[in-house]
Design a protein around this ligand. Structure first.
Ligand code: URA
Length: 240
């Protein structure tokens, strides 16, 4: 909403200054000033970009965009709301995340898939990262039911029929240890894609974890269920 206007009480709730009724109290008590003038109307329209809004003389700087690196645990769905299931948003604390209500996950991981999920309110960045034309590479760690080898690696390289109209794009399978573990590199994001590719090879995925998306690498210090804001460098790389 760059350049837009919003109600003063909404501005304050978005900046985590309390619930709607709590921020109305702050306003009524005269603790909020807009451009140096005390403002007592919750419905008063402010321009978050250009107005100087203070609480007890301390400026509240508007945060437009939030970018969180989330280590998705198994057992939650990549949605903002769900009537039955726990969602990724249930892990995010409002106190350390302004704009929490506007956040959404960039793409989806299956309920049982773990790993890197970017949460943001930046629709343009999300669109760019997910656009099929951009071929943003995703890296996954995979644990398999049975051993894979050169034949599977070739199938990944050449693209395969997984029941869709089009074959999969060329992908890479790097195998570890005895061939039951490895890394998969994809430049597209079809529904259940990794699992379906191994099924097409007569194998089965036992565990799947996303490690990378474009330039963004899952921070090993984050335990499943934990998150942190992206660093300036991470964001710059991602926006390139
Ligand atoms: N491929 C899958 O099969 N599942 C995911 O969650 C992501 C990629």
């Amino acid at each position: 909403m760059a350049g837009g206007v919003m109600r003063l009480d909404k501005f304050l709730t978005e900046m985590n200054q309390g619930s709607r009724s709590e921020v109305k109290q702050l306003i009524k008590k005269g603790r909020i000033c807009v451009n140096g003038e005390r403002e007592k109307r919750p419905e008063y329209k402010v321009c978050p970009d250009s107005d100087c809004i203070t609480l007890d003389e301390k400026e509240l700087v508007f945060v437009h965009y939030v970018y969180l690196m989330f280590h998705k645990p198994g057992g939650c769905v990549s949605a903002t709301e769900d009537h039955r299931e726990k969602t990724v948003m249930d892990y995010i604390q409002e106190a350390d995340c302004p704009r929490k209500k506007d956040l959404f996950p960039v793409g989806r991981l299956d309920k049982d898939t773990e790993g890197l999920l970017l949460l943001t309110n930046d629709g343009q960045l999300s669109h760019r990262l997910l656009s099929p034309k951009k071929h943003v590479e995703k890296k996954y760690y995979v644990l398999l039911q049975s051993k894979a080898g050169a034949k599977e690696q070739q199938m990944f390289r050449e693209g395969m029929d997984i029941g869709d109209e089009q074959k999969t794009l060329p992908a890479r399978l790097e195998l570890l240890a005895d061939g039951t573990e490895g890394y998969v590199y994809l430049t597209e994001g079809r529904y259940h894609q990794v699992k379906r590719m191994f099924q097409a090879c007569g194998n089965q995925v036992k565990y799947l974890k996303r490690l990378k998306m474009g330039s963004l690498t899952l921070d090993e210090k984050l335990k499943p269920g934990e998150y942190r804001h992206l660093t300036k460098e991470e964001l710059e790389q991602l926006q390139k």
